[in-house]
Design a protein around this ligand. Structure first.
Ligand code: KIV
Ligand code: NA
Length: 265
């Protein structure tokens, strides 16, 4: 299998082929998504919510992100694997940012890292890129700043925030980022950014006029029953499928139907 590189992602934008990206946090899921043909796997810090049950992405640690990344890399043959740098591992200290990024790359075997923010994290982005580590940006609704925003609602509806987002996107491209995620912003703004930048723009809740899409895999598979934002399309109802399977198992055990003779040694 031909592996996906940052150059191929760039070519996909130039050819007009949309980039497919999903999160993954463990070996089994990564194996399925990679074999299905996903272009980019994101070891998202959404693992903090989805895997660990925290309310925000803030508590997950660098060691925990590396553990998830190692598991995903072991299940991946073709996809480009990007790992989120967790809250506190890169903000306000470019030496620590470089050290954190190098730990992720060295200990997990991932192909690149993602961090949230624009001008505020310029030094960190520059230093990580200077070490030869591909960097993906993330602008718009950046969940590590949830206590600044106070809400998970759409960002950059006001002119000032939209203008800053456009400037940050251009800055990240100039610094050398290979792609940018835009989360939960108006479709028209995302379109403007995708059209004015050379590098691929991957959207989540950012409309169709971008170069690719990303979703949290547990959300698109319908494992998480409660989470139903407008931008989410559910491709399966695994919550119901899994609940039915588990209830059938419980019944078969109680009824002494499982295991039968053929299932015993
Ligand atoms: O952590 C995550 O899942 C993400 C995506 C939603 C882009 O950052
Ligand atoms: Na994230």
């Amino acid at each position: 299998v031909k592996v996906i590189t940052t150059h191929q992602l760039q070519n996909m934008k130039e050819r007009g082929e949309k980039i497919s990206m999903l999160t993954a946090y463990d070996f089994s899921m990564a194996t399925i998504l990679d074999a299905a043909g996903i272009d980019v796997l994101l070891v998202g810090d959404s693992a903090s919510n989805v895997m660990a049950g925290h309310e925000t992405t803030l508590p997950i640690t660098l060691d925990q992100m590396i553990y998830h990344a190692q598991s995903v890399v072991r299940g991946t043959k073709r996809a480009f694997v990007v790992v989120d740098m967790p809250f506190g591992s890169y903000q306000g200290n470019s030496s620590e940012a470089l050290r954190s990024a190098i730990r992720i790359m060295k200990e997990s075997g991932a192909h690149g890292i993602k961090l949230e923010g624009g001008a505020e994290i310029k030094e960190s982005v520059t230093r990580i890129l200077s070490a030869g580590v591909p960097v993906m940006g993330h602008l718009g609704l950046t969940p590590q700043s949830i206590y600044k925003f106070g809400t998970y609602t759409v960002r950059a509806k006001e002119d000032a925030e939209a203008q800053k987002l456009i400037e940050d996107a251009h800055l990240l491209q100039e610094l050398g980022c290979f792609a940018i995620v835009l989360e939960k912003i108006p479709s028209a703004l995302a379109k403007r950014v995708a059209e004015s930048l050379e590098i691929p723009i991957i959207g989540i809740g950012a409309g169709p006029h971008v170069d690719g899409q990303v979703l949290v895999v547990h959300d698109m598979l319908g494992i998480n029953k409660e989470f139903k934002p407008r931008f989410l399309r559910r491709y399966a109802d695994l919550h119901t499928i899994m609940t039915d399977a588990v209830q059938n198992y419980i019944k078969d055990v109680k009824d002494r139907d499982f295991p039968n003779e053929k299932e015993a040694y």
